[in-house]
Design a binder for this molecule. Structure first.
Ligand SMILES: [Zn+2]
Length: 509
């Protein structure tokens, strides 16, 4: 089976007393039965892929071996804010960054476009204002004349920048106002409630930028560009039923947003022919009252009918532990069935440490026939839920860094998705809100999945399968999927060749 595994095992076995052959045979039987169940384990690699595997897997082993006696510096075991720079210097990350990763299926519009672009592009536009309270930007927006606000002071950003003595420092201050990254996250964000509040503050601060219609168009294009550069060829993003505005204050309805989204995606596909596309999932908030959610459900039913190629279905999101449950909205969520209609759902569920409190959202998500499960962090605590997910093959959108930053788990080796991955559950990896915590669209999360959620001896097969899973579990049409998979295979071959060629010299002589 795996040459490298046996090398590790030999090294470890050499430190213990001699093991009887019959015992070893029984031991190996259990090990290989387990290993053959994990994601990617049944794939066969070509000789070129084996060459690349030898590079990325050897490097993974070296990093793990270096952490076995002292794991205090093992990158997935420390907070992303503290380990990110070291991760970016690692060979494993360098290769993963180049890898074609397929699709990103769990994202939120408004937190997937880099802060760099917001600061260096959007805030340089005329009529862009910020509302400042005690040196913190609480709101932003484009205005001919800014509103009068008793809670904060509206200032035109370009005018303030022109007045400042140091433009680089001014921009850095803007950036620092946006990012959630800090050197000491355990002190600044001591609890789940604190970090969630900070994330919500991020959305509140930037929404005035993203809702300005020219920015919305450009941000969509920029997002696709950033994802494409990070090896993502297709994405599905959650979005609220927003009302974008023009400078004169007039607003657009959501139909305009969908049409704009479709136009921008098509324009991007023209410019980047190896890009497969992007679609929308409408997401309401579990803070809304029942009648508001019913209106959203009805609106989404209409949108899915009107734009079946763009709008996929409906989701409800929010901090799961403290907001309403899916059961709270059960009449509204069952409404499509009373109309003999099938509205596809894509529920966030099980994004919690609790069992049988809010963790029961998983049960409702399944009963409501969710197409995929967002996060599913609590799944392994529910044996019957696990059985049903496996039986019905319901894909799970796992977001490792989000779960760490939002304090469900600190050491990512303890992430429950490791259990799902070890049993070949339908898992794909996504990034949720990469921009507020300065993650790349997918590379950082893929690194964490490879180094911590997968087993130490999971190799290139895991990465290959997890990328293919993302295309398979997307909601592209069958024809779109076939074409996307073909595009991915072409990219994969050239990635394998590139990594092999670039590293050959290291192994010669
Ligand atoms: Zn989410």
């Amino acid at each position: 089976m795996r040459v490298f595994i046996s090398l590790v095992w030999l090294t470890m076995l050499s430190n213990v007393q001699s093991v009887p052959a019959w015992y070893n045979a029984q031991r190996d039987a259990i090990l290989s039965t387990e290993r053959l169940q994990s994601i990617g384990s049944t794939l066969t690699l070509s000789s070129d892929e084996e060459a690349v595997n030898s590079i990325i897997f050897r490097t993974k082993q070296m990093d793990i071996n270096g952490a076995i006696n002292d794991d205090s510096n093992y990158i997935p075991a420390v907070h992303f804010f503290q380990g990110r720079k070291r991760m970016e210097q690692s060979k494993v990350f360098e290769i993963i960054q180049q890898m074609p990763k397929g699709a990103a299926l769990h994202l939120h519009y408004g937190s997937i476009t880099s802060n760099d672009w917001l600061v260096k592009n959007v805030t340089y536009r005329p009529n862009c204002y910020m509302c400042v309270k005690q040196n913190v930007i609480t709101l932003t927006g484009f205005y001919l004349t800014p509103p009068v606000d008793k809670d904060c002071r509206w200032l035109e950003i370009s005018a303030e920048r022109a007045k400042s003595r140091d433009i680089a420092m001014f921009d850095q201050r803007l950036y620092n106002n946006l990012t959630l990254t800090v050197d000491n996250p355990e002190v600044v964000y001591p609890s789940i409630n604190v970090i969630w509040k900070r994330l919500q503050q991020y959305f509140q601060t930037v929404q005035g930028l993203f809702l300005h219609s020219p920015v919305l168009k450009d941000a969509l294009y920029e997002t696709l560009k950033e994802f494409h550069e990070d090896g993502v060829q297709y994405l599905e993003t959650r979005i609220g039923l927003i009302k974008p505005y023009e400078l004169n204050g007039t607003t657009h309805d959501f139909t305009w947003t969908v049409e704009t989204f479709r136009d921008v995606v098509n324009e991007f596909k023209q410019d980047y022919q190896d890009f497969s596309g992007a679609k929308l999932i409408i997401a309401g908030r579990k803070t809304g009252n029942t009648s508001a959610i019913l209106e959203e459900v009805k609106a989404t039913m209409d949108l899915v009918e009107q734009f079946p190629d763009v709008v996929l279905g409906y989701d409800l999101m929010e901090q799961e532990d403290v907001k309403h449950t899916l059961l709270y909205y059960i009449s509204e969520l069952l409404y499509p069935r009373t109309q003999k209609s099938n509205l596809p759902y894509f529920f966030h569920a099980g994004e919690t440490e609790w069992l049988h409190i809010h963790g029961n959202n998983l049960i409702d998500a399944i009963l409501l026939k969710t197409e995929r499960i967002g996060h599913g962090f609590a799944i392994p605590k529910h044996p019957e839920v696990m059985r049903l997910i496996k039986k019905r093959n319901i894909p799970i959108e796992v977001n490792p860094i989000s779960n760490q930053v939002l304090k469900l788990v600190s050491d990512l080796r303890n992430h429950p998705a490791a259990i799902l991955i070890s049993q070949d559950f339908p898992v794909c990896i996504s990034s949720d809100n990469p921009a507020p915590w300065e993650a790349l669209p997918l590379s950082h999360d893929f690194y964490m999945a490879y180094m911590a959620l997968a087993a130490p001896d999971d190799d290139l097969r895991f990465l290959k399968q997890i990328a293919m899973n993302s295309i398979k579990f997307s909601k592209m049409t069958n024809r779109e999927k076939a074409s996307a998979l073909q595009q991915w295979e072409t990219k994969w071959k050239s990635f394998i060749k590139r990594v092999k060629d670039a590293n050959t010299i290291v192994y010669v002589g």
